[in-house]
Ligand binder design. Structure first.
Ligand SMILES: Cc1cc2nc3c(=O)[nH]c(=O)nc-3n(C[C@H](O)[C@H](O)[C@H](O)COP(=O)(O)O)c2cc1C
Length: 379
């Protein structure tokens, strides 16, 4: 008996396992490996400028002829140009946070990188330097133009509501997904006409819901009452987690952390090693990196903010404060200062392996436990 759901028909894939779009980490190579293994590979393009995004899409197409997806962020606060309700504006507070970052770097012995160094460490295309500033409204809009021009099979909005682009995406035959963390947001995006919902709970890596995965999935399933398939996410680290998500009413799993310690993932060797050594207590939730609550490997930058008792700035300003710090930490191989985003399933990551091997284990593991499920019933 093979692992297969309605989602497989909708997306044209063999198994209902989706590589989560993880900014930079979900490379074209990783996405293609997951698609070639029968799942849906989704590139993590959140911080790709338009030139790089087009190149990444073309690279996936060169590596697989199977369906794939593109994930970017569409935060409503940035698109509206708001984000700091009440109190002093983020622009006013920016110099104070930049001073805090400079003092932190000096204490940690980290060197500020120049533009070329930043492009190299963050794997950014210099052709995008003259384009819109990362994480600005113009940046998100430029990315969406590329997604539409390239007619990608699947688009996933990691934050926000893709409604302004839905008509054009659908006209191209693109299936549109939205990642949500509450039933309220799920209802909004379904009302807008998205095709698939990803319900990502508090356990997951990256931007993060206050609601745990186990409680979130069935409530989102009920909230959308069968109108669109729901995919479960957050802390799903092996076949048992996939089976559990299906039992909660999901029709697939969107998996990040379990694919991070793979040969194809776009994170450093030091970060992969930190993941392998991490355990269930190895993550924390902090606004210190992007300005929104995100789950990450415990690190000295988030700890410094927590100890100082300073509220990070909202997105996108906090990113301009943290990027020089996280980039310098990456360049110096200091995973203790910045180890990257990761979910609570960290302790299930035990080795750096090819993505195809991870996929094989996920599928076989889910099939094994689902096959045993009927054994819980008697008579
Ligand atoms: C390293 C990393 C980077 C992430 N970056 C993004 C991103 O750019 N866009 C997005 O929609 N979600 C991002 N996420 C969240 C994932 O898409 C996904 O929801 C999450 O990884 C699922 O939880 P899990 O890590 O426990 O499997 C990121 C997660 C991780 C671990």
């Amino acid at each position: 008996m093979a692992l297969h759901t309605r989602l497989c028909e909708l997306l044209g894939i063999d198994h209902p396992i989706l590589l989560a779009g993880m900014g930079r980490a979900s490379t074209p190579e990783l996405a293609a490996a997951v698609s070639n293994a029968g799942g849906l590979g989704v590139i993590g393009a959140a911080s790709c400028g338009p030139h790089q995004l087009r190149a990444w899409i073309r690279r996936v197409r060169a590596l697989t002829d199977r369906p794939f997806g593109v994930d970017t962020l569409l935060p409503a606060s940035v698109r509206r140009g708001t984000g700091n309700a009440g109190g002093p504006s983020a622009e006013t507070l920016l110099p104070q946070h930049r001073d805090f970052a400079r003092a932190f770097m000096a204490r940690e012995g980290l060197e500020l990188l120049d533009q070329a160094g930043l492009d190299r460490v963050l794997d950014r295309d210099p052709a995008d330097r003259d384009g819109p500033a990362p994480l600005s409204r113009a940046f998100f809009e430029a990315q969406m133009e590329v997604v539409i021009e390239e007619r990608v099979p699947v688009y996933a909005a990691g934050l926000g509501n893709p409604s302004p682009w839905l008509e054009r995406l659908h006209a191209n035959g693109t299936k549109v997904m939205a990642v949500v963390g509450t039933t309220r947001h799920a209802r909004q995006v379904v009302e807008s006409g998205v095709d698939i919902i990803v319900a990502q709970g508090h356990d997951g890596g990256g931007h993060n819901s206050p609601i745990g995965t186990m409680a979130l999935i069935p409530q989102v399933v009920d909230a959308v009452s069968g109108r669109v398939p729901v995919v479960g996410a957050g802390g799903i680290g092996d076949g048992r987690g996939i089976a559990a998500a299906l039992m909660l009413g999901a029709e697939g799993a969107w998996i990040g952390t379990a694919f991070l310690a793979t040969e194809e993932a776009g994170i450093s060797a030091a970060q992969k090693q930190a993941l392998v050594e991490g355990n269930d207590e190895g993550t924390t939730v902090s606004r210190s990196v992007t300005g929104k609550p995100a789950r990450m490997v415990r690190n000295r930058w988030a700890a410094a903010y927590a100890e100082a008792g300073i509220e990070p700035l909202p997105m996108p300003w906090q990113g301009t404060v943290s990027t020089p710090v996280t980039a310098a930490a990456l360049a110096a191989g200091r995973a203790d200062v910045w180890g990257g985003f990761a979910g609570q399933g960290l302790g299930m990551v035990r080795a750096v392996r090819p993505a195809a091997a991870v996929m094989q284990d996920l599928v076989a593991g889910a099939e094994r436990v689902l096959g045993r499920a009927a054994g819980f019933l008697e008579g």
